[in-house]
Design a protein around this ligand. Structure first.
Ligand code: SAH
Length: 283
């Protein structure tokens, strides 16, 4: 038993350090671009020059360059917990200069069509609420619930009046400017600014969607952006959510998974525009 433990220890001690890119770009802080699913990451990963793959836990990262600047594509997997955990992990491991979370989303704005893209001026959490008290047998109505900002204070969120609001995370202005600068290059639909709402719930109740839209201004909903944005804000890292409508329950927009590729193609342009500003700043 002791021998086995010693062997494990020795293996750990002599194991090579994690591989680092050998390019001169290694000293630059990378741009991190996140997507939840293969259909939301593979096109971008394929557009990296000199890519290598890191696996950490259940997560995959592709490290390479775009226009000579280091970019990391991260497959976050779906949902709020995955998005938060992998963002914290990526910040510690790769020290990104900026984070873009992108992928598909469901429309809350009836005038937005499948293939339209929303640039997240802010992201809100649609997962934290306090219900009013109801007695046994009185049922449940989410429209009665009050939003809770779990980041508002260190005290009890339910008794702090400052916490009775939605948690909101602002999109970064420089990233937003880069995205707005290339919006006319997107031919599949319109590119608009708007609020992205996130939770682990897929909402298909039109009254609930309408409430989110009117109360918090949500243009779309997804399951990752606000979570990644929250972690990025704690590390003070510029962040932007970019979401393509893959469906829109408010106007009968049927789900189209190919939208994930269109979004990545647009985000590729955004990254090029953004890294050009970084390179100009450094010059
Ligand atoms: N419809 C897909 C499954 C997507 S599951 C399929 O059948 O393969 C939800 C994922 O898509 C999440 O990563 C989320 O960010 C995104 N998404 C797209 N539309 C959504 C919606 N209407 N509500 C919530 N998440 C949505």
């Amino acid at each position: 038993m002791e021998r086995a433990a010693a062997l494990v220890l020795m293996t750990l001690l002599v194991a090579p350090a994690p591989a680092r890119a050998q390019s001169p770009a290694v000293s630059l802080r990378p741009v991190l671009v996140q997507g939840a699913m293969p259909s939301e990451t593979e096109l971008l990963a394929g557009r990296l020059d000199g890519a290598s793959v890191d696996r950490i836990g259940g997560w995959m990262f592709w490290r390479g360059t775009i226009d000579g600047y280091p970019v990391i594509v991260s497959k976050t997997l779906k949902g709020m917990s995955n998005a938060a955990a992998v963002t914290a992990l990526a910040v510690q491991r790769y020290n990104p200069i900026a984070i873009i979370n992108q992928g598909t989303a469901g429309g809350h704005t009836p005038t937005l069509r499948v293939y339209d893209i929303v640039l997240g001026t802010s992201a809100v959490s649609l997962g934290a609420f306090k219900s009013p008290r109801r007695d046994v047998g009185a049922g449940s109505n989410t429209l009665d619930w009050t939003p809770l900002d779990l980041t508002a204070s260190e005290g009890s969120a339910s008794s702090d009046p400052n916490a009775r609001r939605v948690a909101r995370f602002q999109g970064d202005r420089a990233l937003l400017a880069a995205a707005l600068g290339v919006k006319t290059a997107y031919a599949r639909g319109q590119v608009v600014e708007g609020v992205i709402g996130s939770s682990d719930v897929w909402n298909d109740e039109l009254d609930r969607i309408a409430r989110f839209h009117s109360q918090f201004g949500t243009a779309v909903e997804d399951m990752e952006t606000a979570s990644a944005a929250q972690v990025a804000s704690l590390f003070n890292i510029p962040f932007l959510g970019i979401r393509v409508l893959s469906n829109n329950a408010t106007n009968g927009g049927a789900h189209d998974p190919k939208t994930g590729e269109a979004c990545q193609d647009f985000v590729h342009r955004v990254i090029k525009a953004y890294v050009a500003t970084l390179v100009r700043k450094a010059a």
